[in-house]
Design a protein around this ligand. Sequence first.
Ligand code: URA
Ligand code: SF4
Length: 231
Amino acid sequence: MIGIYNPCLTNSLRQEEEGHIYRTLRKSECCTSILNENEESALTEYGDSLDKVSGEVLLCTKCRLCKTRQHAVPGEGLGSAKVLFVGEAPGEQEDLQGRPFVGAAGKLLTELLQSVNIRREDAYITNIVKCRPPNNRPPRKDESAACRPYLDRQVALIHPAVVCPMGNSAIQTFLDSEKSVTALHGIPFEVQSMTYFPMYHPAAALYTFGLRKTMEADFRKLRALLDSMVD
Ligand code: URA
Ligand code: SF4
């Protein structure tokens, strides 16, 4: 069984904190059992956290998108999520609400998750760039590059079993590949010991007839992949 379906992991701040301390320690090759309370809190204080990333994103002015946004959208979900979904950029609704995937594409994403019994709140959902590009144009290379460290920190902190880049922007950002989603969707592969499962962007299924069925099939494959992974 995988962690997202373990009720003990859901909404348990303490376990999330422990997970974070463990990951921080693993990097420096320590062992949690040798820590006392004070050392634990020191690590939490000086270590990185998802809240810290989100706080920095909300104040970020590292690229031009900060000038046109209403709200930055850091991402949301479970800190110990087994699966991390990464879209392209916030759209209009996301920009208004400060939350990822809350418009029409988000509604479809939530339905696709439900179709394979994954609760939205048990995943983590974010985007390549955290601020809405004007008129929903694709993010520019320099904007994606400026925003990349936030995404890398989120991946490191959540340490998911699987990262799902959705759509060409996200796929090409992660996989450094010119291949398109048409060639890559639904096939897991590994880069530097991280498993990626590329998917179509849910927005594409809103305007391409038949794509919803393909996405449903890919979500079933994702579910099987997660189930096959040992905690
Ligand atoms: N499309 C995206 O890529 N991200 C969102 O958050 C919403 C729509
Ligand atoms: Fe900062 Fe990213 Fe927003 Fe640019 S898109 S201002 S880098 S948070």
